[in-house]
Design a protein around this ligand. Structure first.
Ligand SMILES: Cc1cc2nc3c(=O)[nH]c(=O)nc-3n(C[C@H](O)[C@H](O)[C@H](O)COP(=O)(O)O)c2cc1C
Length: 341
């Protein structure tokens, strides 16, 4: 089998012009590997890992990644300044390029531990955490947050949050442009129901031009990215980048004016085969890897058969690389022309 030459010779410089959002169970290292094959320039984020899990759990397992994933940010959940400092130092030790604090997750489970969006009600606590992270690492320390939470959703509350955290040294804010409703909405509902208020994020950039402001929430196309980039420093896409990963193949040409990293979906998957084989050899189940490539042929002739073949076969005991090759054979290979979605 001929292998396309890997396009990733050395990591691209860190830029937040286009970021792929941290997503629990979705932006695993298997997804990130595919994402990096598709774009050299997108900044990738890990799933959130709590400081407690990192410090008291299997640290090396939580932090494992492939250098090919760089530039890569580690997202932390926590609020204890000492623990955050220890974890920020670990991020640097393990080679990450940025460490990000989650102040946007609305789950009950994390609220009880003062993690995530509930911290928007405690700007000083976030500032303390950020200050001690900055003291513990030379990596950039960034914060991902909402425009508010129920009960603290005024423009003044948001400005107070930004100013308090900026005073602790944070220069980069990733803003999900909707509030989180901590009472009464599930995490999933909290990603759809509170209305998106993009102008609030634009106004933050206008008010604090010295801060780097990345906008997040509901963005799906490059046209939308270009519009947001007129008002902010960068865009972060979550669900669309996961369900339709081929979108990422357009990032380098559309947003960086560079050559596409890969010229076809088939080439992208072929570039991933040696990694899949190495993972299988380490004992990783095929289905744990393939669930993240299901969207690659989204909307393509044969795309449904590709998905079906993988979902019917990848979970069977002993399934190997042939399942992926057989699935790939079900999609017609286009003439070699760049076709970023
Ligand atoms: C399955 C899933 C898991 C998520 N996990 C995290 C997380 O670990 N940390 C975080 O900051 N946001 C998390 N989010 C929120 C996303 O990072 C993002 O803010 C949100 O989906 C809005 O962006 P989008 O409309 O482009 O998807 C998650 C979203 C989804 C769909």
């Amino acid at each position: 089998m001929s292998m396309p030459e890997t396009h990733i010779k050395s990591p691209a410089p860190l830029s937040r012009r286009f970021c792929v959002a941290p997503m629990m169970d979705w932006t695993t290292r298997h997804y990130r590997y595919l994402a990096r094959i598709l774009s050299r320039r997108a900044l990738l984020y890990t799933e959130m890992v709590t400081t407690g899990a990192l410090i008291h759990g299997d640290t090396a397992r939580f932090l494992q990644h492939d250098p090919l994933e760089y530039p890569l940010a580690l997202q932390l959940g926590g609020s204890d300044p000492d623990e955050l400092a220890r974890c920020a130092a670990l991020a640097e030790e393990y080679g990450f390029n940025e460490v990000n604090l989650n102040v946007g997750c609305p789950s009950d489970r994390v609220q009880n531990n003062m993690i995530g969006a509930c911290l928007m009600g405690h700007p000083e606590k976030v500032a303390d955490g950020v200050r001690s992270m900055i003291a513990a690492t030379s990596l950039p320390v960034t914060v991902k947050h909402r425009i508010g939470i129920d009960g603290r959703e005024s423009w003044e509350d948001l400005c107070h949050f930004m100013e308090t955290v900026a005073a602790a040294g944070c220069r980069t804010f990733i803003v999900h442009a909707r509030i989180a409703v901590l009472e009464g909405l599930s995490p999933k509902e909290n990603r759809d129901i509170p209305p998106l208020k993009y102008p609030w994020v634009y106004d933050l950039k206008a008010r604090y031009p010295e801060l780097e402001i990345i906008i997040n929430g509901g963005i799906k196309t490059f046209e939308e990215c270009h519009q947001h980039l007129e008002h902010t420093d960068g865009v972060m896409l979550g669900r669309e980048a996961y369900h339709n990963p081929w979108l990422l193949a357009g990032v380098d040409p559309e947003l960086f004016g560079e050559e596409p990293s890969v010229s076809s979906r088939h080439d992208a998957l072929r570039a991933m085969l040696p990694f899949i084989e190495a993972e299988l050899e380490r004992g990783v189940y095929l289905s744990h890897i393939t669930r993240h490539i299901m969207g690659l042929f989204h909307g393509q002739p044969g795309g449904r058969q590709f998905r079906r073949h993988i979902s019917e076969n990848a979970h069977r005991p002993g399934s190997g690389i042939e399942v992926v090759l057989d699935a790939l054979a079900k999609v017609r290979e286009p003439l070699p022309q760049p076709d970023p979605a």
